[in-house]
Design a protein around this ligand. Structure first.
Ligand SMILES: Cc1cc2nc3c(=O)[nH]c(=O)nc-3n(C[C@H](O)[C@H](O)[C@H](O)COP(=O)(O)O)c2cc1C
Ligand SMILES: CCCCCCC(=O)C(=O)O
Length: 315
C-alpha cells in the first residue's frame, strides 16, 4: 500500500501485513460461520443518509454527556483484549488516544497493561469492563483496583458465559498472552494442546452460572455505576432497567460470540422504536450512520436529560 492511509478501512490491510497471522486472525474473526459478522457490516451499509440542505453547519457540536462526563462526540472506545499483541505500548497508547480525542476508553478485563498503568498514563475518562470469574475474589479485586484508580463505571459484559467458537483461533491454536493484571492471581496458560487456548482458558475461568440475581453481588462490592454490555433483545433491555443498572450497551460483541444473532445496528433500531429508551441509557459504540438513525432526540438529549437526572438521584 502506497503512502499514508486516508480511509479507515485501509488500516485493516496494514494490520494484516504487520501482524503474525495468529494475532491478525484473532482480531479479525467472528464466531462459527461468521454470518453475523457479515450482517454487522451489511446492515450498516444499508442505512442511507438523507442529507438536509441549506442548514447552517459552520459550527458543529457533536459533544454529549455519558454518565455525567462530557465527551467530544457520542463515540467511545469499546473494550478490546490484548492490545500489546498489536503494539508494545498496548492499552496505554489507546488511553492516550482517548484523552487526545476527548472520549471515554473502556479498558478490557483482558488488558495487557495493568489497570494502574493505564490510569497513570493520561487523564482520559476510563470505564472498566468486567468478566466474572468462577473465582469471584479475583474479579472483586479487579473491580476494587479500578475504583481506587479512578475508573468511572463498571461495564459488565454478559454475552460471554463461554467464549464464542472462533474457528480461526481453533486452527491457529491461539494462545493468550500473560495478563499482568492477574499476576500472582491466575495464569492464562492452560494445559491444552488442541484448538483455541483462549476458549479453554475461558471455559476454565469464566463463571457461566452468573445470572440476573448475581448482579446484587456486583452492586454490593462497588459504588460505581454499572452498565451491562451485550444486550440484544427488548425483553432484556427492559429487565436490565427494572433491576436498576445504570445503562445498557447494545452489542453482539462484534459477532465474536453467538453467531446468527441480528446485526447490532438492527437491534438498536428495534429498541429505539420501543418505549425502552425512555427507561434509561442506551449506549452504542458505533458510528456515524448511527447518528442519523437516532436523530438528536435519542443519543443526545436522552443522555443529557434522562441520564444526568438518573445519575444524580443515585450517586
Ligand atoms: C479483538 C477484539 C477483542 C475484544 N475484546 C473484548 C473484551 O475483552 N471485552 C468485551 O467486553 N468485548 C470485547 N470485544 C467486543 C467489543 O467490545 C465490541 O463489542 C465489538 O468490537 C463490536 O462493537 P459494538 O459492540 O459497538 O457493535 C472485542 C472485540 C474485538 C474485535
Ligand atoms: C482469554 C480469554 C478470552 C478473552 C476474550 C476477550 C474477548 O472478549 C474477545 O472478544 O476476544
Amino acid at each position: 500500500m502506497e503512502g499514508e492511509p486516508v480511509n479507515v478501512n485501509e488500516f485493516q490491510e496494514l494490520a494484516r501485513l504487520a501482524l503474525p497471522k495468529m494475532y491478525y486472525d484473532y482480531y479479525d474473526g467472528g464466531a462459527e460461520d461468521q454470518y453475523t459478522l457479515k450482517e454487522n457490516v451489511e446492515s450498516f451499509r444499508k442505512i442511507a443518509l438523507r442529507p438536509r440542505i441549506l442548514v447552517d453547519v459552520s459550527r458543529i457540536d457533536l459533544s454529549t454527556i455519558i454518565l455525567g462526563h462530557r465527551i467530544s462526540a457520542p463515540i467511545m472506545i469499546a473494550p478490546t483484549a490484548f492490545h500489546k499483541l498489536a503494539h508494545p505500548q498496548g492499552e496505554v497508547a489507546t488511553a492516550r488516544a482517548a484523552a487526545a480525542s476527548n472520549t471515554i476508553m473502556v479498558l478490557s478485563y483482558m488488558s495487557t497493561c495493568t489497570v494502574e498503568e493505564v490510569a497513570s498514563s493520561c487523564n482520559a475518562v476510563r470505564f472498566f469492563q468486567l468478566y466474572v470469574y468462577k473465582r469471584r475474589d479475583i474479579s472483586a479485586q479487579l473491580v476494587h483496583r479500578a475504583e481506587r484508580n479512578g475508573y468511572k463505571a463498571i461495564v459488565l459484559t454478559v454475552d460471554a458465559p463461554r467464549l464464542g467458537r472462533r474457528e480461526a483461533d481453533i486452527k491457529n491454536k491461539m494462545i493468550a498472552p500473560q495478563l499482568n493484571n492477574f499476576e500472582g492471581l491466575i495464569s492464562t496458560k492452560v494445559d491444552h494442546d488442541e484448538g483455541s487456548n483462549l476458549e479453554a482458558f475461558a471455559k476454565g475461568t469464566f463463571d457461566a452460572s452468573f445470572c440476573w440475581r448475581d448482579l446484587g453481588w456486583l452492586r454490593a462490592i462497588t459504588n460505581l455505576p454499572i452498565l451491562i454490555k451485550g444486550v440484544l433483545t427488548r425483553e432484556d433491555a427492559i429487565k436490565a432497567m427494572e433491576v436498576g443498572v445504570d445503562g445498557i450497551i447494545v452489542s453482539n460483541h462484534g459477532a465474536r460470540q453467538l453467531d446468527y444473532t441480528p446485526a447490532t445496528i438492527c437491534v438498536l433500531e428495534e429498541l429505539l422504536n420501543h418505549e425502552t429508551y425512555a427507561l434509561g441509557h442506551v449506549l452504542q459504540t458505533s458510528l456515524f450512520r448511527l447518528f442519523t438513525l437516532l436523530e438528536e432526540k435519542f443519543l443526545f438529549s436522552l443522555m443529557e436529560e434522562c441520564g444526568e437526572e438518573q445519575m444524580s438521584s443515585r450517586h
